[in-house]
Write a protein that binds this ligand. Structure first.
Ligand SMILES: [Zn+2]
Length: 106
């Protein structure tokens, strides 16, 4: 079993990756994830199903990519949701493709 990393490098920025504290859960008003770009922290709610945690982490990574690349913010949430859900499905259905992509990127 591969353990969850504690850091995520997104371009020039390295985000801390960790579960929300109870206080942070309250501040996020029930959201399963949140990214603080200023402090470079990527948070997720660990109390949901493991697939939802993985989806949430990928969702927040897409927000971080948008931030680092200074991409357009119009419709950001809708685009991030569509890309995350689509990529999660493609990754789950095509694991060999992603192993190959990772190999080629090294
Ligand atoms: Zn979002």
């Amino acid at each position: 079993m591969i353990r969850r990393p504690h850091k995520v490098k997104v371009g020039y920025k390295t985000y801390e990756l960790r579960a929300m504290t109870v206080k942070e859960q309250c501040l996020c008003h029930g959201k399963w994830g949140f990214t603080n770009h200023g402090e470079a922290i990527l948070l997720f709610d660990e109390k949901v199903d493991k697939r939802e945690v993985a989806n949430t982490v990928l969702h927040e990574v897409f927000h971080a990519i948008r931030h680092v690349s200074q991409g357009p913010v119009e419709n950001e949430e809708a685009i991030v949701i569509a890309m995350t859900d689509g990529l999660c499905n493609v990754m789950r259905d095509n694991p060999a493709l992603f192993e190959w992509i990772l190999q080629e990127l090294k």
